[in-house]
Write a protein that binds this ligand. Structure first.
Ligand SMILES: Cc1ncc(COP(=O)(O)O)c(C=O)c1O
Length: 389
């Protein structure tokens, strides 16, 4: 099998599995128990939190909240902030993951005014449009300039891989005194230093970083008030009640540490293996007539290649490749049941004839040059057959 769907899910690294293993059956106690074995579990959870804090360069007063994954962290960030600020205006982009868009739609139904920043054809958020929204030059019906503002812009887009200029956005949000959340679920290899990035809230997801599913974090800068999503025993600063998922927490921290180290090492050597494979795959696929790369040519995540082929259905290509043991995606995995053209490609104004024939290949550390060569040959063949049909 050649697995090229890492943006949907990654295999757990063996080192991560090893770190997690003792906490299922041996050190299984509840970290809130005051006896010795409970305190061992507590120590492990707090050590994991410190690992994450160090990676993010978070201050000691900042919060690292362990959650069940990207969707929960995003909901806690968005609903958590909105429900603490009355009259809060919410700004987001048109290419966010459904976890953000659906949460924002829910808040809109609760009468929070929402504005969407457009992106260019490479998927980069239009900063001039953002400034205009902030200074009221673009007015929507519910726009109320006196209300507090909360913005959520993703770091790396899950469908096309475009990396947003987070630091530049943060400069704007600081100037306008806006709370800034970034969904960094696909940004495991990117810079995650929150001081350098300038974000107030940041979401990460274990299942995208060779860690366990059902694990994630929300980073919250000191002073950001959040309303919990649910109530109970008051774990995780009172913001995420419920007994901690100790193995998942520990696995998450280990996975993040390994992915960040690997990214740094590869970048230092100046030859990021994943980027080399990504670039080769892109170059070869674009040799197919009537093909098109989606996403930014340089501001692109190391693991994502989104290519469109005119005259075919992306979904059919994915199915044919699957029959040959090559696994990829026709859009983001979470929306692959819907046949409609993805909201991301629509927002980027990808012409429909290309948008419908879009395939996302997302690479992982186990992929090889051989894999890429085989995939290129298979895609060429299947596209030709599908076009004839
Ligand atoms: C960018 C992004 N945000 C959020 C999520 C949601 O993560 P989960 O479904 O694991 O909660 C995903 C998952 O694909 C994602 O890619």
């Amino acid at each position: 099998m050649i697995y090229l769907d890492h943006a949907a899910g990654t295999p757990v690294r063996k080192e991560v599995l090893q770190t997690m293993r003792p906490y299922f059956a041996k050190e299984f106690a509840n970290p809130s128990s005051i006896h010795e074995t409970g305190q061992k579990a507590r120590k492990a959870v707090e050590e994991a939190r410190e690992i994450v804090r160090k990676i993010l360069h978070a201050d000691t007063d900042d919060k690292i909240i362990f959650t069940s994954g990207g969707t929960e962290s995003i909901n806690l960030a968005l609903q958590g902030v909105a429900h603490r600020i009355s009259n809060c205006r919410i700004i987001t982009s048109t290419i966010e993951h459904e976890a953000v868009l659906e949460t924002v739609r829910k808040l809109e139904k609760e009468n929070f005014p929402v504005e969407y920043v457009p992106v260019d054809e490479k998927g980069i958020v239009n900063l001039a449009a953002l400034e205009k929204i902030l200074t009221g030059k673009i007015l929507t019906s519910k726009n109320n300039l006196n209300s507090s503002i909360f913005i959520s812009i993703m770091y790396v887009n899950n469908e096309v891989g475009t990396i947003q200029p987070i630091k530049e956005i943060a400069q704007i949000t600081k100037r306008h005194k806006i709370i800034f959340h970034t969904d960094a679920c696909q940004a495991g290899y990117e810079e995650l230093n929150v001081q350098k990035l300038g974000v107030d809230l940041l979401t990460l997801n274990g299942s995208k970083i060779n860690g366990p599913k059902g694990a994630g974090i929300l980073y919250a800068r000191k002073g950001i008030a959040l309303e919990p999503l649910f109530y109970g025993g008051g774990q995780e600063y009172g913001l995420r009640s419920g007994t901690e998922n100790v193995p998942a927490v520990i696995g998450f921290a280990k996975a993040l540490e390994l992915m960040q180290k690997e990214g740094e090492k590869e970048n230092e050597k100046g030859k990021f293996k994943l980027k080399k494979l990504r670039d080769l795959l892109t170059k070869e696929l674009l040799k197919i007539p009537e093909s098109k790369l989606n996403g930014h040519p340089s501001e692109l995540a190391a693991h994502i290649v989104s290519v469109s082929f005119a005259g075919i259905e992306g979904e059919q290509l994915v199915r044919h490749l699957s029959e040959q043991g090559i696994y990829c995606s026709s859009g983001s995995a979470c929306t692959s049941k819907k046949i409609a053209v993805s909201h991301v490609l629509q927002a980027m104004h990808v012409p429909e004839k290309f948008a419908r024939g879009t395939v996302r290949f997302s690479l992982g550390k186990e992929n090889t040059l051989q894999d890429i060569k085989k995939v290129v040959e298979a895609v060429k063949e299947v596209v030709e057959v599908l076009r004839k049909v």
